[in-house]
Design a protein around this ligand. Structure first.
Ligand code: NAG
Ligand code: NAG
Length: 257
């Protein structure tokens, strides 16, 4: 099994490719992050002893499987609801907008690493007020719909957008990355001290239900952020590429107070 994993990873040329939601922030009138951030469930800060990216990432399919399994959990096992030991839930007010913030880790600014990625991918945010710790990935992703009538109807698709928000970058001191250099020159580093000299990416959401009505105070809204980043492995001449799924999830909650 171990050998197979190495072979697969060798074929894909995958190096460190990991992203999770670093912070949840309220935004001001200009869409800029403001106030105290919130954190994903089971968050492990980068400064924790022996920190590795895997502490926060949830990669699907789970090796050695190459396809999603109906048994796959939506959330990393450490990301059970209520596990906020290393960072609090975001507190929001009715009608607030929230930015789910993450680092692009080169997946936007170095588009050819790893190879065979047609784009930096697509992000989906699912919302539910009836989460279950063993929520299954395939029962939700591509199932829950914006109007809440999809799948088991316990939740809905709150937003979907590209991973690349058009502004974010990982600072490149060598200026080899044209994208990072352009964005640094045009937009500059992000507004918070923690992200400088980088500019973090963000997925914006409003705290509205599937009918567009703001969730009332007292609601605890669970959010499942899903990033699809498939690899298109070229086939022989005249054949279509093989699509290999590579997806990451982060699970989190927002308390509307
Ligand atoms: C809560 O999260 C921390 C950090 O990820 C993890 O070490 C711990 O095992 C988690 N607790 C549960 C009950 O999953
Ligand atoms: C969906 O996300 C995009 C990108 O962050 C944002 O521009 C848009 O306003 C969001 N839509 C809603 C309804 O929040």
């Amino acid at each position: 099994m171990f050998f197979k994993i190495i072979v697969v990873f060798g074929i894909l040329g995958q190096i460190s490719c990991h992203t999770w939601i670093e912070q949840l922030s309220l935004v001001d009138q200009d869409g800029q992050p403001t106030g105290d951030p919130g954190f994903i469930r089971g968050y492990v800060p980068r400064i924790a002893p022996n920190f590795i990216d895997d502490d926060n990432t949830n990669l699907l399919p789970q090796a050695p499987s190459l396809t999603f399994q109906d048994s796959d959990w939506m959330c990393k096992p450490t990301q059970v609801k209520g596990n906020q030991t290393n960072g609090a839930v975001l507190n929001a007010q009715q009608g607030d907008r929230v930015l789910l913030r993450y680092l692009e880790n080169g997946h936007i600014t170095q588009p050819s690493i790893p190879p065979n990625k047609p784009s930096s991918g697509q992000v989906f945010v699912y919302a539910t007020t009836q989460p279950q710790d063993n929520d299954k990935f395939t029962a939700i992703h591509g199932q829950w719909t914006p109007d809440g009538t999809g799948g088991d109807q316990r939740g809905f698709l709150l937003n979907t957008t590209s991973f690349d928000d058009g502004r974010c970058f990982q600072f490149d001191p060598t200026r080899h990355s044209e994208i990072a250099t352009n964005r640094n020159d045009v937009f500059g580093p992000g507004p918070s001290i923690t992200e400088t000299p980088n500019r973090w990416c963000g997925t914006m959401i409003s705290l509205d239900d599937e009918f567009g009505n703001p969730f009332p105070a007292g609601t605890v809204l669970s959010l499942y952020w899903v990033w699809d980043w498939p690899t298109y492995v070229p086939g022989n001449a005249g054949t279509s590429p093989t699509i290999l799924e590579q997806t990451y999830t982060s699970c989190m909650d927002v308390a509307i107070v």
